[in-house]
Design a protein around this ligand. Sequence first.
Ligand code: NAP
Ligand code: ZN
Ligand code: ZN
Length: 360
Amino acid sequence: MPAIVSRPTRAFAASAAQSPLSLTSIERRDPLPGDVEIEILFCGVCHSDLHQVRNEWHNTVYPCVPGHEMVGRVTRTGTGVKKFKKGDIAAVGCLVDSCRGCPSCEEGLENYCEGTGAGPGMVFSYNGPDKHSGGHTFGGYSTSITVTEDFVLRVDPKLDPAGAAPLLCAGITTYSPLREWDVSEGTRVGVVGLGGLGHMAVKIAHALGAHVTLYTTSAGKAEDARRMGASDVVISKDASEMARNAGKQDFMVNTVSAPHDINAMLGQLRRDGTMCMVGAPDKPHPPVDMFGMIFGRRRMAGSLIGGIKETQEMLDFCAKHGIVSEIEIIPIQKINEAYERMLKSDVKYRFVIDMASLKE
Ligand code: NAP
Ligand code: ZN
Ligand code: ZN
């Protein structure tokens, strides 16, 4: 094993669940033979960052440097790197390593790594075990990152790099279930919630040819949803609108970040329809009424981000269809304010941090 040399790197971190994020210094390793070093240009702000920073999933290790929607420029490569060279635009999402030997990894589903191979098991970009430092991984709210080339993605230079950053989590997390459930021309797809994930789901489902219905609690988002490709918008708090649309959807993607009435949503599915849950609230949803599932043989499923191969496929699909996220660019110094706005569903439709602000 070559010796590991690391250098101090600027980052924003939380030191505890109750602390705001603030400037800190972390160590990043110099590229090992298989590594790519990336200067992070833009990093999206996912609701998972907020859940994790505030320890809402009860597994956060501090200091916590969040961020898993990174687009940047390659600055250095290890001697064994073949796919990237200095100056390339490159991206990193939610995963930086996996065991590489379990059945899921062998199928390219590192996102479901079972950890039975020789490698370290699934390693998230932050809050994961870092086999190099012996500590834990740090995410994209930093000026640079070093990642094994197998987990680095290519972004078509014709996509706006800031708008492409959210594809690395919001994009793949919605693309993967839409593909898994064979959404295509004419499929009736319901998307629940128009936040970071939801607006990507609307755009991608529309590009796949689906008839998209957005379910939202925010009447003010209806026009935007239509512009993004939704044919119908249903205000989910309005019982009569929900009743009018009952039984219509073939497939639904539920992106809501808070506990809510799942039964009302399940009722929107046709017989044999599936609702895939991707939202990961810190508290359980109210009880699911089994009769709503039994009558209609409806199904509820879950899905976690996507594997590396599928993430590349999604990035290429978005380049082909000209799909990027709708973003509000912020300097890193505004991150704590951005979290508060995200909690009020006040974001159109993803905050993206301009990492140049971290050098100031
Ligand atoms: P976000 O931008 O905050 O969007 C969430 C949306 O949910 C809001 O914009 C709002 O949409 C709706 N919403 C919020 N509170 C609600 C409530 N109490 N009742 C009904 N609707 C509500 O969050 P995000 O970044 O898209 O992430 C969404 C969730 O997915 C988070 O829990 C996140 O941790 C999780 N996630 C999961 C994965 C995975 O792999 N499964 C990956 C990434 C993120 P409207 O205003 O339209 O109602
Ligand atoms: Zn995310
Ligand atoms: Zn594995």
